[in-house]
Design a protein around this ligand. Structure first.
Ligand code: 2AL
Length: 164
């Protein structure tokens, strides 16, 4: 999709074009309402500003669309395909890594009550495991902020790629 097409699309259609970016309908509709955008930079800036308003509830909403690190997304939706691409660097053949990620995910979920979220693109499986272990030492407020920051990064990467 081009920026022009996005600017001119009917509201429902424009919102659908962003559905794979994040499962937070309020963010999508606020972004669509802010059209037209003069440039991709302006669109990304507004997407970032709106994403900085997310709270715990938005985080939980969004997590429904993110498979655990080390678990390949199932299905052929656009979102599942993006997720597989983002996590592509996790070596599925590395049994020790897979097991460590599984154990780390379970410990994280028990500690924080939601699944571990991290921007996977540009990170190896080992780097994500190290981040998981580092973040386990966060207190719940710090960790909520880190998770929201990661969600914003994933969303903006996906938004940028939508118009690439
Ligand atoms: C993901 C995912 O699917 N893509 C990404 O960047 N992070 N999942 C996750 N649990 O962090």
């Amino acid at each position: 999709m081009t920026l022009d097409e996005f600017n001119q699309a009917p509201v429902t259609q424009a919102s659908e074009q962003l559905a794979h970016c994040v499962a937070i309908p309020a963010w999508r509709s606020a972004l669509v309402s802010a059209r037209p955008f003069p440039s991709l930079d302006a669109l990304l800036k507004q997407g970032d500003t709106l994403a900085r308003q997310w709270d715990e509830q938005a985080l939980h909403q969004a997590l429904s669309a993110h498979p655990r690190i080390g678990e390949k997304a199932q299905g052929n939706s656009k979102e599942a395909g993006l997720s597989r691409g983002e996590q592509g660097s996790v070596n599925a053949q590395d049994a020790a890594l897979k097991q460590a990620l599984q154990a780390g995910n379970a410990a994280y979920e028990q500690r924080f009550g939601r699944l571990f979220l991290i921007r996977a693109k540009g990170r190896s499986g080992e780097e994500m495991l190290a981040e998981l272990q580092r973040r386990m030492a966060n207190d719940p407020r710090q960790e909520q902020q880190e998770a929201l920051d990661q969600l914003r990064e994933i969303t903006l990467l996906r938004l940028k790629e939508t118009f690439a």
